[in-house]
Design a protein around this ligand. Sequence first.
Ligand SMILES: *Cc1c(COP(=O)(O)O)cnc(C)c1O
Length: 382
Amino acid sequence: MLRLSRPNIDEAAIAAAAAVLRSGQLVQGPQVAGFEVELQAWLGCRHAVLVSSGTAALHLALVALGIGPGDAVLVPDFTFPATGNVVRLVGARPVLVDVDPVRYCVTPQGLEAALARWQGPQTLRALMPVHEFGAPVDMAAVAALARDRGLHVIEDAACAIGARFGAMPGTLVGSGGDVACFSLHPRKTLTTGEGGILTTDNDELALRLRRLRNHGMERSPVGLVFHEAGYNLRLTEFQAALGRAQLPHLSGWIEQRRALAGAYRAALQPLAQAGLLSLPADHAGHSWQTFMVVLSEHFDRARVIRDLAAQGVEANLGAQCLSALAAFAGCALDANTEGVSPVASRLYDQGLALPFCEQYGEAEVQQVTSVLSQVLQPNRHG
Ligand SMILES: *Cc1c(COP(=O)(O)O)cnc(C)c1O
């Protein structure tokens, strides 16, 4: 079976993690501190704070910015549910905004229209754009919207490490808001198993994030000081060692992913022209965590996935439409309508993520294209 993706853990990374296991120091210590310094340099930010998952990063960002009951946060309606879950879990209301059909992200125009229409009883406190699958959102435009209205910006860059906005070389995502969150889950380009990164240029916020991830605690010359009630969301030392071993390869991997996306786009063009599917928009700065096409309406996606699997190709849906999920009932922009966003809903129903990672090349693209062409033959589907 050609897998959807494979984590890229080489023998050097395994040896680095094994050495940490032999050292006896297992949780947040010099490996975590060293990885943070290296991430700061790579991401070009003042502070990188490692935590136990991308979801933990998003959750801490909200807590550290003081967002809670009575507050509302604009969240894209097409994303992994964690983006909206954390807003619910701090007691705030996610306000779901539809996305654009070819980049699968909220646009600054979409956010601006939502801001104009929003009139719930809660206080709007933050914008939470998602760089979906690595497609960069124009953060300068989002930051301008937020500044005019005194809102915070939390970037969900969970799947977008290395994505860049603007004419290349462009600006790395993760530097456009108050705080950005990255995931180190195995489905992401850089992985420590579980893991997450918060980045910020705000010294005070970074200090608060570091305390909150570790029981509200800080080491001082007089001993441990407990400043406030905190969580335990630390990363382990052996996970940090895994990440440190991979980081020098990350830029090269992203380049390989850009080339693979180009090869897919060229190979799938005939299927797109035949109206069987649509392709994701290209952007030089896309970091291509996932390559998702959208099947035309008449296909039964579950059946397409089964048919692909029968021929040795693993495929899956891309992400969820939150307004279609029970956890987000009543969170559509217009609370009084039970509206489901039309674009996000179509992407949720017809999106198809294809095998994609930097270890794949032209051979895999040809295999997937050939199998997909057979599966989508007009006579196989009504
Ligand atoms: C992966 C992902 C998350 C969750 O990250 P975890 O590390 O799995 O907790 C959140 N948001 C988006 C957009 C993601 O892709």
